[in-house]
Design a protein. Structure first.
Length: 287
C-alpha cells in the first residue's frame, strides 16, 4: 500500500499531477467517446497537432507562458477547423484529406517555430508535456476546461447523441445540427489544449481516444461508455504516474501506455465485441 499511496501523500508535485490528470480524464474522455461514435477519432489526432503552431507562437512571444500558449493553441485549432470545413465545402477535396493536409503543415510549422527560439528541452516540453510540473495556474485552467466541457455536454447531450445516430434526421427536424457540431469541435479543441498543458501535443489525444476505445468493449450504451472511459482514464493516470515515479519513466508516455494496455486487454477480453466474445462466445440457454 505504501508503494501506491506514499508518492501522492509525500510529494506536492505528485498531488498536482494527479489532480491535473483526473481533471483531463473527466473532461476529455466524454469528448473522446463522442469522437469515437461519430467516427472522428483520427480527426482528434489531427486537431491535436493543429494546435501546435499557435502554442509555438505563444512560446515565441512570451516563452513558456501558460496564458499565451493556451490562447495561441485555441486560436490555431479553431482556424484549422474552419479552414478544413471551408476547403471541403468550396472545393472538390474531401474533409479528411483537407484535415490531413493542414495537420501535416501545422505539425511541421509548430516544430520549426519552437526550434527557432528554444532548445531541445523546450521542444520536448511542447511535444510531450510536463505533467509533473503543473502549477496553480495550469490546474485552474484544466479544472475550468473540464467544468465548461461537462456543462456544455449536459446542455447538448440529446442532440449530440441523435447526431451520432442519425445526423440527417437531426438536420431535418431541428436547427441544432450546425450549432451542436461547431460547439463539439470547440470542445475538442479546448480539451486538446488542456491535454497539451500536461501531456504535450503528441500525447494529448491519447487520453481522449484510448479510454473511449477500451470502453467500447465493456459497455453497449452511451452512458456506460462514458462511465467506463472516465474510469479507465483515471486508473491509467494513476498507474502512469506511479510508473513514472518508481521506474523513472517519462510521465506522459507512461500514462498513455497504461491507457494503451487497458485498450489491448479490452480488445482481447472485453465482453462486448472483443476477440474473446467473437471466438469464444458464452453458451446460451436452449429452450
Amino acid at each position: 500500500m505504501s508503494w501506491l499511496i506514499d508518492p501522492f501523500a509525500d510529494f506536492a508535485f505528485m498531488q498536482r499531477a494527479l489532480l491535473g490528470c483526473l481533471a483531463i480524464a473527466l473532461g476529455a474522455t466524454p469528448v473522446g467517446v463522442f469522437l469515437l461514435l461519430r467516427r472522428m477519432s483520427l480527426t482528434g489526432d489531427a486537431m491535436a497537432h493543429a494546435i501546435l503552431p499557435g502554442a509555438a507562437v505563444g512560446y515565441l512571444v512570451a516563452g513558456l507562458n501558460l496564458g499565451a500558449m493556451t490562447i495561441g493553441g485555441v486560436a490555431a485549432g479553431l482556424v484549422v477547423a474552419v479552414l478544413t470545413g471551408a476547403v471541403a465545402r468550396f472545393t472538390s477535396l474531401r474533409e479528411d484529406a483537407s484535415l490531413a493536409a493542414f495537420y501535416l503543415i501545422s505539425l511541421a510549422l509548430g516544430v520549426l517555430l519552437v526550434s527557432l527560439k528554444g532548445s531541445n528541452v523546450d521542444l520536448m516540453h511542447v511535444l510531450f508535456g510536463t505533467v509533473l510540473a503543473l502549477d496553480d495556474a495550469a490546474l485552474t485552467l484544466l479544472c475550468a476546461i473540464t467544468t465548461v466541457t461537462l456543462v456544455s455536454l449536459a446542455l447538448v447531450y440529446r442532440p449530440l447523441v441523435l447526431e451520432c445516430a442519425d445526423p440527417r434526421f437531426l438536420r431535418s427536424v431541428s436547427r441544432w445540427s450546425g450549432p451542436v457540431h461547431f460547439l463539439f469541435l470547440g470542445l475538442v479543441v479546448l480539451n486538446l489544449v488542456a491535454g497539451f498543458q500536461a501531456l504535450g501535443t503528441l500525447m494529448a489525444v491519447g487520453i481522449m481516444i484510448l479510454p473511449a476505445a477500451a470502453a467500447r468493449f465493456w459497455a453497449t450504451s452511451i452512458g456506460g461508455m462514458l462511465a467506463v472511459a472516465a474510469t479507465v482514464a483515471a486508473v491509467s493516470s494513476v498507474a502512469g504516474l506511479l510508473a513514472s515515479y518508481h521506474a523513472g519513466l517519462p510521465s506522459g508516455p507512461a500514462i498513455i501506455l497504461s491507457a494503451g494496455t487497458f485498450y489491448l486487454l479490452s480488445l482481447v477480453f472485453g465482453p462486448s465485441g472483443s476477440l474473446a466474445a467473437r471466438f469464444w462466445p458464452r453458451a446460451h440457454l436452449e429452450t
